[in-house]
Each structure stands twice: as structure tokens, then as C-alpha cells.
Design a protein around this ligand. Sequence first.
Ligand code: SAM
Length: 300
Amino acid sequence: MKAKKSLGQNFLIDDRVVDSIIEAGEISQDDNVLEIGPGRGFLTKELIQKSGRVLAIEKDESLAELCRKKLASGNLEVITGDVLETNWEEILSQRGFSGITRLSKVRGKTEQRKGVYSGINGMSSRGFDKEICQTRNSRYKLIANIPYYITGKILRLFLENSFQPQILVLMVQKEVAERICQKPGKLGILSLSVQYFGEPGIVEIVPREKFDPIPDVDSAVLKIVVKNENRLDLEAEKKFFRLIKKGFANPRKTLVNNLSAGLVLEKEAVEKVLEKIGFDGNARAQELGVEDWIKMIEYL
Ligand code: SAM
């Protein structure tokens, strides 16, 4: 069966790398695993051995069928479909991969919350009510050698929603993994977004020769442990992402210039806010970590 370049089909061919992915996922028989793009089942066959249950989604009908036949196992379900066009909230809760919505207390009001918030080990930060309770229990890990052409979309889909996994271990392009794990001084919208939801780390760099066909890029196993300590109230969260977007509007400009233009504020007013959070007027967006942006939304 010829690999389809349009579907990012570069199949892993190294057993040791599979072991390293399994180890990074801290996978045990108690775990539910979601795999995106099982392909020929090279990683899947280990996942069904080491975990309790595997749900895999494969866009390529012939590969989905191949996995079903080749791996036939009581703890494997292969769905044919596009990961980006699937109702995960429903699919995961039907299979017990995530729990039911519970009552949450937000800003003193007890209310039923759906959408972005209903998936979180709820919590808030300064200036917001601390009593946002967990409303959905995540009971699965996302482990996959993903198609690189939709890396950003997959990260957004599984981090920003109500069905966050506990851990993500993903094979991604090396440069993307490095970008996600950057520290203040070199941060960008992607790294801040991921670091807001969890703690990313590179498990190992995987040379291109470990795939068939050999891709044009090297890869890395990226592990993200979902941590919602920074997680804000829904409104504050929207503000946080809006502010970051404006802060990075023109990477060559200072943060003061970007924010005063984006928020239509006097430069002096933005400077004062930056001073309050420990930066001067020459600071650039890439120097601020997640905590700094969170502090800033209290003032802007
Ligand atoms: N897991 C296999 C391995 O490690 O050898 C295959 C990995 S390959 C990089 C990516 C897989 O994702 C392919 O099997 C491809 O058909 C599948 N895929 C591509 N786009 C997809 C999508 N939108 N939804 C689900 N699967 C997709």
C-alpha cells in the first residue's frame, strides 16, 4: 500500500522509539488511550498491549481496515474519520474516557458550565473566584505519531476544549517541539498557548531515518502534562489570548507599541502596567512568560 503524502503518512519503523513513547506516556493497564492516525498499527500494537483500552481514529479507510484486521483485539476500537471533524465530547464521554459535567461555582455563583470550562480541573487566579470546581474528569491519554500538517489544529483541539487528555505524547516536527518548549526571551503565541495549559518537554529527537518513507524533516517526541493551575475564568481566558495576540501583532515592535496600538491606549499607560509586572518600556512580547501575561490582564 503506497503511503499518501497528502495525509502525512510517514510510518514509524523503530521499536525503540515506540518504547520511548510508551514510557513517556506512563501507560499502564488502567489507562484509556486515544491515538490519532494509527496508520499500519506500528505504535497501536504496543498501545493495546500496555494500556487498558485504545480508541484510534484514522482518516484513511484502507489503513483503518488494515488495523482492524491485523490487530483485532478486544481492547481496540478503530474509527474511520477525520480527527478535526469528530465530535470528541460525545465520543469520549460515551466510552467513559471523560466524566460527566458537574456543578461548578464561578465568581460566587453556582452554575452548570458547558463549553471551554467544562473540562478542567478548574481553578482560577488572582482577581477571580478561586472556587471553580472540576466539572469533567479526564480519563485518557493522547498518544500519537500525528500527521504534521495539522499539528497546530490538533493541539488546539485537545488543549482548549472540555475534553483535555491527562497527558499528550505526540511525535511532531522537531522545530515545532523546540518552539513549544521555549523559555521567556524566545516565547511566541504557540509556546505560550501550550504552556498555559500544561508543561511541555522534549522526550527525544527522532531522526528522519526512523520513518518510512523518509520525510524531509527530523522529528521529536513531545510530552505535555496537562496542568490547569494557570487556568482562568472563561472571560479572563479570552482576555489573556486576546492580549497575547495583540502583544505579538508586530514582532519587531516593543510590547508598549504593540499594546498601545492594539488596545488604543496611551503608551504611558501601557508602560505603567509593564512596570507593575516588573518590565520596562523596551520589553518585547517574547520576554513575558505565562504568569506575566496573567498578571497583566488584571491591569488592562
Ligand atoms: N501511527 C502510525 C505510525 O506511527 O507509523 C502512522 C503515523 S502517520 C505520521 C499519520 C497518520 O495519520 C496516517 O496514518 C494518516 O493516514 C493519518 N491521518 C492523516 N490525517 C488525518 C486526520 N485528519 N484524521 C485522522 N487521521 C489522519
